[in-house]
Design a protein around this ligand. Structure first.
Ligand SMILES: Nc1nc2c(ncn2[C@@H]2O[C@H](COP(=O)(O)OP(=O)(O)OP(=O)(O)O)[C@@H](O)[C@H]2O)c(=O)[nH]1
Ligand SMILES: [Mg+2]
Length: 162
């Protein structure tokens, strides 16, 4: 499960909040995360690799950030599930990769994308539903009446043995 989005969206803060520990650096400086950071997370008994990535933006002239963004794109391309974060205090982008799940972060600051799954690393809102096991299904979302998007994780259907 890859956490992606523009710089400063709160990706690393969400990553830490899901893990319950301060694994990745969080700071108000856009472009803080360069190397992606991986950790294992138990989701309802299923082991899931969660990846925090460098924020995507065009036009950076910082060679290291540019390299980080290339690695983010590789992670996104190879992921079973991508959470695309945009924060409630910024205008919507059109950069969401196709198939990525819409997650609005920093919901403690307000609501801008009311049909997106809302989370706040600060208040804890939405974290419970952010990653849940859904047996037999692989990285899909289901619409649940009254509760917005539920992001379900992440189990490859088992291949039959020959
Ligand atoms: N109010 C509020 N602020 C948050 C929340 N999550 C993160 N922030 C703040 O937003 C800023 C950026 O957070 P990060 O988690 O570092 O953002 P990021 O998306 O990892 O940024 P890059 O690594 O630069 O791409 C920091 O100042 C955080 O304290 C949240 O849920 N609510
Ligand atoms: Mg970060």
């Amino acid at each position: 499960m890859v956490i992606a989005g523009p710089p400063n969206a709160g990706k690393s803060a969400l990553f830490n909040a899901l893990l319950g520990r301060s694994r990745a650096i969080v700071s108000p400086t856009p472009g803080t995360t360069r190397d992606y950071v991986e950790a294992e997370l138990q989701i309802d008994g299923l082991e899931v690799v969660v990846v925090d990535t460098a924020g995507l933006r065009g036009g950076t002239d910082d060679a290291i950030e540019h390299e980080g963004i290339g690695r983010s794109r590789e992670q996104i391309a190879g992921a079973e599930l991508v959470l695309w974060l945009e924060p409630a205090d910024a205008e919507p982008t059109d950069a969401r990769p196709s198939g990525a799940l819409r997650v609005e972060s920093k919901r403690d600051l307000g609501i801008r994308r009311s049909d997106w799954h809302g989370v706040s690393a600060q208040s804890g809102e939405g974290l419970d539903n952010c990653a849940r096991r859904s047996p037999g299904r692989c990285g899909e979302t289901r619409r649940r009446r009254g509760s917005g998007w539920r992001v379900t994780a992440i189990e490859r259907p088992r291949r039959p043995r020959r």
